[in-house]
Design a protein around this ligand. Structure first.
Ligand SMILES: [Zn+2]
Length: 305
């Protein structure tokens, strides 16, 4: 029984501890009535007011922050946009996280990602931005080089093939990626042709064009008889099909009719913007008509400067 002295010591420790608790409780109960004074006692308010107010707003189970999720950070590092959106929980969850400010690792100003938003109030950063990679689209080229960021180029090709399979003709590209320098001459020639006001309604200042992101393209309808014009696209069979089905392939019609006060541009049924299939599905399902509304951004009717 070599443990007897230790057990005895333990008993003493427990006893002393219990006595201490009883004494402390007694003191607390003695003080409490003086601290919690009844309201009708006029002398007490100064002490009562000094009592700490318990915080009732704390959240017991805060929602997990997307940017703390290793799957999100790994996909961001790999520049795999669809994997990022999947890891956040899909298109709608991604949008909600961005709009609520819960995803500070996602920046809508970064044109390396499909969620970039460029408008008259949101220039490219930097103004001379150029995509890290470009790929040639697999559709008919009506004019110039048809290049987009690789994910957008592949999706456009798939969409054009699907349109042809649906019997509405295929798509031709009039303009895809345009560099800062190209936009300098595009805008200047639009001003020369129609004046500044007319140019600003349909053409962006250099550094403010979605075409410079490599995620936007101007398309026309092509059949065995040839290709139509940009102006004729909206009423063509392919144009109607794209307006209805483009989201399935990750594309939205960026400048819809009646949205000029928000988007800053007149209706352009031919100007398609790639945002990836998950965001496009959330955009479609949510009934959105501008990226500004989708991401809770201010309207951008005019240039700020
Ligand atoms: Zn365009």
């Amino acid at each position: 029984m070599a443990d007897a002295p230790r057990i005895s010591a333990l008993r003493w420790t427990v006893t002393i501890g219990l006595v201490a608790i009883v004494v402390a409780s007694a003191c607390a109960f003695a003080v409490l009535p003086r601290l919690v004074a009844p309201r009708h006692v006029a002398a007490a308010p100064a002490v009562a007011a000094a009592l700490p107010v318990p915080a009732l707003t704390s959240t017991p189970n805060p929602a997990p922050q997307p940017c703390d999720d290793p799957a999100v950070t790994a996909a961001l590092a790999a520049r795999d946009d669809e994997a990022v959106i999947t890891a956040v929980g899909g298109g709608a969850a991604f949008r909600d996280a961005v709009v609520s400010g819960d995803a500070p690792c996602i920046t809508l100003a970064d044109a390396n990602h499909v969620w970039v938003v460029v408008d008259k109030a949101r220039p490219l950063e930097p103004l001379s931005f150029a995509p890290a990679a470009l790929a040639k689209v697999g559709v008919r080229l009506v004019n110039g080089a048809g290049q987009l960021q690789p994910s957008a180029a592949a999706a456009l090709t798939t969409m054009s093939d699907a349109a042809a399979a649906a019997g509405v003709g295929s798509l031709g590209v009039v303009s895809g990626y345009r560099s800062y320098q190209t936009q300098v001459s595009t805008y200047a020639s639009n001003v020369a042709n129609g004046g500044k006001a007319a140019a600003d309604a349909t053409s962006a200042h250099p550094g403010y064009s979605e075409h410079q992101t490599g995620f936007a393209t101007d398309v026309v309808s092509c059949t065995s008889a040839g290709c139509g014009t940009m102006d004729g696209f909206g009423t063509s069979a392919a144009g109607k099909w794209v307006a209805e089905n483009g989201w399935r392939y990750g594309f939205i019609v960026r400048y819809e009719p009646g949205q000029t006060a928000v988007s800053g541009y007149d209706s352009e049924p031919w100007h398609l913007r790639y945002i990836g299939p998950q965001l496009a599905a959330a955009y479609h399902d949510g009934g959105f008509h501008t990226l500004e509304a989708f991401f809770g951004l201010p309207a951008a009717p005019n240039y700020l400067g």
